[in-house]
Design a protein around this ligand. Structure first.
Ligand code: CO
Length: 207
């Protein structure tokens, strides 16, 4: 059987198995409390990692779980989740053994991915002295963590988040990393609403 046909067959079986459906699977479920920004190649879906139900997470995924200031896709998701739905928490969750981070750590070209991965290389360069102290495996794990923390900083610099902090005292920003060997999520950083930003990024005319 073609592999893609198996997906459709499994979908049909699940759709007809009404007993396995939960209220959260249906439209109009409770509004999500979390925006989850994860990596495209993370093996385990966020809902399975966290035990969240279908309606609890608003999910965005891209290579290396980046928050890029000019990424209109991410910004639209952020505006939707934070500005319109009103999520209380935004989680950036990276993972060790990340193909995107590994690609950024290599010096080979990855074609169209290079421009995207340069954002990870910027973080690598900013922390090169520390990363050079580690062996390859440890440097990878540390860059995964540093990358997550940088994306949380980037979130706090967006107009969407600063506006919501000012008007609604939310969302709280979280940087987490997931280890595919023990399935545990380790919190790295938490940034509460109204945390003072550096003067360069603090927006003052948000009304
Ligand atoms: Co990844």
């Amino acid at each position: 059987m073609d592999s893609w046909k198996r997906l459709l067959l499994e979908n049909k079986a699940w759709a007809q198995d009404k007993a396995s459906h939960t209220a959260e699977d249906r439209p109009g479920a409770d509004k999500p409390e979390f925006l989850w920004i994860g990596c495209s190649d993370a093996r385990v879906p966020a809902e399975r990692l966290t035990g969240a139900s279908s309606g609890e997470l608003f999910v965005h995924r891209n290579v290396a779980n980046l928050v890029v200031h000019t990424d209109v896709n991410l910004l639209a998701v952020l505006e939707c989740a934070v500005g319109h739905i009103g999520v209380e928490h935004v989680v950036v969750c990276g993972h060790y053994e990340c193909l995107g981070i590994r690609a950024a750590q290599s010096r080979e070209t990855h074609g169209m991915m290079d421009a995207w991965l340069n954002h990870v290389k910027d973080t690598w360069r900013a922390h090169k002295d520390e990363l050079d102290l580690h062996d390859e495996a440890a440097a990878h794990r540390r860059l995964v963590e540093l990358n997550v923390m940088q994306q949380v900083r980037n979130l706090a610099r967006t107009t969407v988040v600063q506006r919501a902090w000012k008007s609604a005292k939310r969302p709280t920003l979280h940087g987490w990393v997931y280890d595919p060997h023990d399935f545990l999520i380790r919190p790295l950083v938490r940034v509460d609403a109204d945390t003072p930003l550096d003067a360069v990024h603090q927006l003052t005319s948000l009304d």
